[in-house]
Design a protein. Structure first.
Length: 283
């Protein structure tokens, strides 16, 4: 059975505790880290976090839709050092309230999915068969425009595959060498049918892509809860589900990029609100 596990590095955990000790209002951060799989388990390893400029209150924190430009720049910056870094959803405090996902939290999760799907952990999941065609390769058509090789179209009769090279190739040797390979594929079908007396079948299959948005809620009493919001994209819909996550703390040898470059005072200055200090927390 698949299990969702959120592993928070000891350095990130210490920062969370210090923020809860200094700030009485709600605040949020973007956790950064690695997406790993072990057997059927999905593991979200939080190595770092970025705390953006924000306006917070005792009961409310909202991620604005225009935050995506700022966060994308920060993600690209850290990926120059750690290429395997993903945006691991959201981590935020409920201040003195209990730990749960409120309606506002769920809307923030939607914003994260809509704005940052390119940076979220993802994988291909179930396959859907769109069609089954007993057929053969009827044509292999080179796509040539302005005397340049742009791609190739392979017709299976009832189904057509078009490969766009994403650019123009003007090298004649390239055309001769690679077009031959596509033609060899057509010959393969003819050999299977005429010599081996088989009936090749064309299967038109798509794979659903699954995106993960982990979310951790903490408070000033040391309580913590984790969930993973799962968005499965299908042809004509997006299916959302939620799974409870087990939270672990672990020492790591990987140094955080942002938490090592900013002081606690710098972080706190970006969290603005009517009453942000004076809270006794669980340090």
């Amino acid at each position: 059975m698949e299990m969702e596990i959120i592993v928070i590095s000891d350095i990130v955990m210490k920062t969370i505790k210090r923020l809860c000790n200094k700030i009485s209002v709600e605040w949020y951060a973007f956790p950064l880290g690695r997406f790993l799989t072990k057997g059927e388990d999905n593991i979200f390893m939080i190595d770092d976090m970025y705390i953006p400029d924000q306006m917070a209150t005792l009961t409310h924190v909202k991620i604005p839709a225009d935050i995506n430009i700022e966060v994308m720049d920060k993600l690209e910056e850290v990926r120059k050092i750690y290429r395997d870094i993903s945006l691991l959803g959201m981590l935020h405090s409920h201040g003195n309230l209990g730990v749960f996902h409120s309606g506002e939290d769920l809307r923030n999760i939607e914003v994260i999915f809509e704005c940052f799907s390119t940076y979220l952990p993802s994988r291909y999941a179930t396959e859907n068969m769109l069609g089954l065609f007993p057929s053969e390769i009827v044509e292999v058509i080179p796509l040539i425009r302005n005397n340049a090789f742009k791609g190739v179209k392979i017709s299976f009769g009832a189904s057509v595959i078009e490969i766009d090279f994403g650019g123009s190739i003007e090298n004649a040797d390239f055309f001769v060498r690679w077009y031959k390979h596509f033609y060899d594929l057509k010959c393969l079908f003819e050999v299977l049918k005429s010599y081996y007396k088989t009936r090749p079948v064309i299967k038109n299959i798509t794979k659903n892509k699954v995106y993960y948005v982990p979310s951790v809620v903490v408070n000033n009493r040391g309580e913590m809860v984790g969930e993973v919001f799962i968005f499965e994209t299908k042809l004509d819909e997006i299916k959302r589900s939620t799974a409870k996550a087990k939270i672990l703390t672990k020492e790591t040898s990987r140094k955080p990029y942002y938490l090592y470059r900013e002081s606690m005072d710098d972080i706190v200055k970006r969290i603005r609100g009517s009453d942000i200090t004076g809270q006794q927390a669980y340090l």
